[in-house]
Design a binder for this molecule. Structure first.
Ligand code: GDP
Ligand code: MG
Length: 164
């Protein structure tokens, strides 16, 4: 079976757009409203010559990120179960939230699944500058990405290829 890569992050950062970009079909529901993806969606992703299973998760609620307990933690752990890697997506335009920081801290500590940090919405000067904030999460160099414009695919490949 193909290795699984799970997309994680708070609502509205562009997880489903990234999912769609990687599977090349519009299967996941994308909407301006946060938390629209209710269920996990899976598809087969192709990134240059790299093939993997990609899993889109629902956005994790900000309130629950405060304690990183309960449903959020259970959902994340379930999503990470058996995964080869996770893409932790942040929004380069909106800036980091307290929820992003809590979540990043937890991801750093879990230590089981390699994390690739993706600064999405990084197109243009505003996005590039905004993405620099993501270095502070302590999850390594962010992959500057634009799911909407299809930018950063080569950098995402470079980050995932050694892991998968
Ligand atoms: P999710 O809740 O994390 O799954 O986020 P969605 O994929 O539903 O996207 C939320 C919003 O961000 C939508 O309005 C998308 O069109 C927008 N979006 C997604 N990717 C990008 C991007 O790369 N750049 C910009 N500017 N907007 C994006
Ligand atoms: Mg979604």
């Amino acid at each position: 079976p193909l290795p699984a890569v799970v997309i994680l992050g708070r609502p509205n950062v562009g997880k489903s757009t990234l999912f769609n970009r990687l599977i090349g079909k519009r299967l996941a529901l994308v909407d301006d409203q946060p938390g629209v993806t209710r269920d996990r969606r899976e598809g087969e992703a192709q990134l240059f010559d790299l093939k993997f299973r990609i899993v889109d998760t629902a956005g994790l609620e900000e309130a629950e990120a405060e304690s990183l307990s309960g449903r959020m933690r259970a959902q994340t752990e379930a999503a990470l179960e058996g995964a080869a890697a996770a893409l932790f997506v942040v929004d380069a335009r909106a800036g980091l939230t307290e929820g992003d920081r809590h979540f990043a801290r937890w991801l750093r500590q879990q230590g089981r699944v390699p994390i690739v940090l993706v600064a999405n919405k990084a197109e243009g000067v505003v996005g590039t500058e905004g993405a620099m904030e993501a270095y502070a999460l302590g999850l390594g160099d962010p992959v500057l990405f634009s799911a909407e414009h299809g930018e950063g695919l080569a950098d995402l490949f470079e980050a995932l290829q050694p892991i998968l």
